[in-house]
Design a protein. Structure first.
Length: 416
């Protein structure tokens, strides 16, 4: 951590947590599926949480637990057992949004820092002051809060730590308080089970049918299951698809406004995505006045698959939406992880997508990206292969033109 500024990264699994720390995170956040807002895409158990916390502390990093669902009566019996398990783990903080859950956390974990989730929609200084009076040490501000509002919140309540999302997917609803998923697929976003219907593709129902039913426009999803009437014009098929948040160019503004923790979204993203994003924010936070580093890392972020980028609500404007497609394609594809390297220019890799010897391959490590040449591909028995493929538990070896490749480096190839 530099100058008390914290880069906070997601950890959807123990492996992803290790990559987050490797590529520059000062702290990580994670939780088990039942009480975290990532119910399905979440690989943590209490056993792996403890391993993760121990690993983070060994690396002098912090580990925060997410407990930010909006609980119903039936959740509390299981929730108390959950907190009893957390008593056995030396966590650094716990993220909550529900007042009832907060009260229970204070009872079971009285010495643990409480952070208020963005789901609680803290958008003004009086709300922040209220939560501080309830024992909250840090407030993760709602994504709808502007830069000028952050400044006033910090001025009015200087004793509270302020955290703000700087990168990742934007919800089309108010800081995640959405009922669209529950309505359309029976999966509640506020219990961590969003099916993201705002990201689905939709098509217009025939004009004749709309005319017969006196509707301006009706759309149906591409699976033909959900039909909705719209009151807006036919400007695109992905009418709820917000662009992704990217505040890399506004980190100094946020620091000056009083933000000390910069949060990245993406517990369900690949290790390649996490490594690239975390590295970008780490480098810029450590070199705030270096415009060359800023431009390099902006280029790296643009090289990822994304929905287009927006600064969200930060500058007081409505965030842009991507009406054209589900996402913008990348010229690169993530193909592997480096598990072992030796002086004979041979690396052991876990393959994610196909690799051929004529591919344009780049190494991604903590310092940057650089090209390598693949001469030969071998299977686990060191038998030469024409290509390497993922989707199974086998490893491959690559004979390349460089030696001593940093462990936990990543491989990507240029899409042909």
């Amino acid at each position: 951590m530099k100058n008390n500024l914290e880069l906070l990264a997601p950890a959807g699994s123990l492996e992803k947590m290790k990559y987050a720390i490797k590529y520059g995170a000062d702290a990580v956040y994670a939780g088990v599926p039942d009480f975290s807002l990532r119910a399905r895409i979440n690989a943590f158990t209490f056993e792996t949480l403890k391993k993760g916390v121990d690993y983070a502390h060994k690396k002098s990093r912090k580990f925060y637990i997410t407990l930010n669902i909006y609980a119903h009566n039936q959740h509390f019996e299981k929730l108390e057992k959950h907190l009893q398990e957390l008593q056995k783990i030396e966590i650094d903080g716990i993220i909550v949004s529900d007042p009832g859950v907060l009260a229970l956390v204070k009872e079971y974990l009285p010495k643990v820092e409480i952070h208020l989730s963005t789901q609680a929609n803290a958008t003004n200084w009086r709300a922040v002051k209220f939560w501080v009076d309830q024992g909250v040490k840090r407030v993760i501000l709602a994504r709808e809060v502007t830069l000028e509002e952050i400044k006033e919140i910090h001025r009015r309540v200087p004793e509270v730590e302020l955290e703000y999302f700087v990168h990742g997917a934007m919800c089309m609803s108010y800081s995640g308080r959405c009922i669209l998923s529950k309505w359309m697929s029976g999966r509640s976003a506020n219990l961590g089970d969003c099916s993201q219907p705002c990201r689905w593709g939709y098509k217009k129902v025939g004009d004749e049918k709309c005319k017969e039913e006196s509707k301006e426009m009706t759309v149906v999803d591409y699976q033909g299951e959900f039909e909705m009437e719209l009151e807006e014009d036919n400007n695109g098929t992905y009418f709820l698809n917000s662009k992704d948040l990217n505040l890399l160019t506004h980190l100094q503004d946020l620091i000056s406004a009083g933000v000390t923790s910069f949060k990245i979204e993406g517990r369900n993203k690949s290790v390649y995505y996490l490594a690239t994003v975390i590295r970008a924010y780490r480098k810029v936070l450590d070199n705030l006045k270096d415009k060359k580093i800023l431009q390099t890392e902006l280029d790296n972020l643009n090289g990822l698959v994304n929905r287009g980028y927006t600064v969200g609500f930060l500058l007081g404007e409505e965030p842009e939406h991507n009406f054209e497609n589900t996402h913008n394609k990348s010229q690169y594809e993530f193909v592997g992880e480096v598990l072992k390297s030796d002086k004979e220019n041979l690396i052991k890799i876990k393959v994610h997508n196909a690799i051929y010897t004529d591919d344009e391959i780049e190494i991604i490590n903590t310092e940057g990206n650089y090209p390598i040449k693949v001469f030969k591909i071998y299977n686990e028995k060191i038998e030469e292969q024409k290509s390497a493929h993922g989707g199974h538990k086998e490893f491959y070896y690559l004979k390349i033109n460089k030696e001593n490749i940093e462990l936990m480096s990543l491989l990507r190839k240029r899409v042909k």
